[in-house]
Ligand binder design. Structure first.
Ligand SMILES: Cc1cc2nc3c(=O)[nH]c(=O)nc-3n(C[C@H](O)[C@H](O)[C@H](O)COP(=O)(O)OP(=O)(O)OC[C@H]3O[C@@H](n4cnc5c(N)ncnc54)[C@H](O)[C@@H]3O)c2cc1C
Length: 445
């Protein structure tokens, strides 16, 4: 809908007809807010919707909800649409096509994975289905398969609702996009919520009752975790099936290959959001990063270009933020594993500090970890874990990475200071100093 809105803004209804197909009932909703609606922190589903189909229609976009696109014919320049309520099918012609189908939750090929009572959380309809099940009063035990950030957000939401929750993840620490030392803090916070965290063990089977409903998760190590309801939090893959069938080329990462203007390799076929791959500005590799922050920007870029303007999407650097209870965690750039895979030689520096002057009421602990390239001192990555007001400091470091700054430059940055906001040496500056020392020490070795 970002692409549709931008194209509409630039070319009026006389010049351009904009049709949007959505198989669900809602448009422009925040999937990111689903866990907070499930927990009750957000009180109504409607509050997650920033623009309804009706509002889009009033802006001149022909939104067709509950309508699934089932095929694309790039040669005939038509899509085949199926009305999910009426059942009819028809062909809709196009000059330009934007493919923005999002992603689909990963489903490991284990017995019982498609059983009733196993939920993925991707769209608002998925969230509504999960919420209905939780509201039914028949659910007391929940097992979350996969301890990524979405799995943990849902786990916390279920815990807030008073349910018994177990998270099972095959890695030694949850949320694999963080280094294990930071992941250890996350694991402690999860357990602190009263959630049972089973690590270094994967799902082997979803056990079902005779009526076909999920009743337990069996793990590779032989555990049996009883479950009235199972939620999949194993991550997502780009939803590219239709594109593949239509001959829209994919890239090496499995997402749709697009250039910086969001053009696919077929003429006047564009793509944006979770289904595409992006360039990682540090590693230079093509990566699929399924985040709303990129999807919105990419949709805007496609829409501006279709509308006759010029816009580009310059890539990603791996910035992300989440929280577990009141523990905030954030990252940007490359983790240690990613830096190694990209062939970087680096030093690390970790510091413990406070979010405000140590004596100031409400001051909270914060830990920063930086990765800097050996010799050049260029900042390659940063991770933060801490309490209130800790995580958004990552934005300073993301800006530094984006602009290829070295830790020597970062340590002198003119960052704001007053006791209610930071210690006199902001934790970012202390960490940069320590990383600079590590780069120097390595150079003299
Ligand atoms: C629980 C949860 C929490 C998240 N939290 C964050 C967060 O904190 N920060 C962040 O940056 N990102 C977050 N994300 C990720 C973010 O929501 C996605 O990156 C973003 O929604 C992707 O936008 P998109 O338009 O590419 O895909 P979507 O928003 O998934 O939209 C794709 C739409 O296409 C429809 N569709 C698919 N195929 C068809 C078809 N054949 N015909 C018709 N319609 C079709 C789907 O129904 C869907 O509505 C979260 C996601 C989830 C699920």
């Amino acid at each position: 809908m970002s692409a549709a809105s931008q194209a509409r803004k630039r070319r009026g209804p006389d010049e351009l007809q904009v049709v949007a197909f959505e198989r669900g009932a809602a448009t422009s909703y925040s999937a990111c807010g689903i866990p907070y609606w499930i927990s009750g922190a957000v009180d109504a589903e409607e509050r997650l919707v920033s623009r309804t189909p009706e509002q889009h229609r009033r802006n001149g976009i022909d939104v067709r909800t509950r309508t699934e696109v089932v095929a694309i014919d790039p040669a005939a320049r038509t899509v085949r649409a199926r009305d999910l309520d009426g059942g009819g099918e028809y062909d809709e012609p196009f000059d330009d096509l934007v493919y923005a189908t999002g992603s689909v939750p990963l489903r490991p090929p284990v017995p019982g994975i498609d059983a009733a009572g196993v939920y993925g959380v991707q769209t608002l309809d998925d969230g509504a289905a999960l919420r209905r099940a939780l509201d039914s009063g028949r659910v007391e035990t929940v097992v979350i398969v996969g301890g990524g950030y979405i799995g943990l957000e849902i786990a916390e939401a279920c815990r807030v609702r008073g349910l018994d929750v177990t998270v099972v993840d095959r890695s030694p620490t949850p949320v694999g996009m963080f280094d294990p030392d930071i992941g250890g803090f996350i694991a402690d916070a999860v357990r602190g919520l009263g959630i049972d965290l089973v690590l270094s063990d994967g799902v082997a089977e979803i056990e079902t009752k005779p009526d076909g409903r999920a009743v337990a998760v069996r793990t590779a190590a032989g555990r049996r975790l009883p479950a009235d309801l199972v939620v999949l939090g194993l991550g997502v893959r780009p939803n590219v099936e239709l594109a593949r069938q239509a001959g829209i080329p994919l890239g090496p990462s499995g997402g749709i290959a697009v250039d910086h203007r969001m053009r696919t390799q077929l003429p006047r076929v564009w793509a944006a959001g979770d289904c595409v791959e992006s360039v990682h500005r540090l590693s230079g590799q093509r990566v699929v990063v399924a985040l709303g922050t990129h999807a919105n920007k990419q949709g805007r870029v496609a829409g501006i270009n279709i509308g006759g303007g010029y816009a580009t999407f310059p890539g990603v650097i791996g910035t992300a933020v989440t929280k577990v209870c009141d523990l905030e965690v954030a990252r940007t750039g490359l983790s240690e594993r990613e830096a190694e895979a990209a062939g970087y030689r680096y030093v690390t520096a970790s510091v413990d500090s406070t979010t405000r002057a140590g004596y100031f009421p409400g001051s909270q602990p914060i830990r920063l970890k930086l990765l800097a390239e050996k010799r050049t001192g260029q900042l390659l990555g940063a991770q933060i874990v801490g309490r209130e007001d800790a995580a958004k400091r990552i934005d300073v470091l993301a800006t530094a990475i984006w602009n290829e700054m070295g830790v020597d430059e970062i340590l002198s940055l003119d960052l704001a200071y007053a006791p209610p906001f930071a210690p006199v040496w902001d934790p970012v500056l202390i960490a940069a100093r320590k990383a600079f020392d590590a780069v120097e020490a390595d150079a003299h070795r």
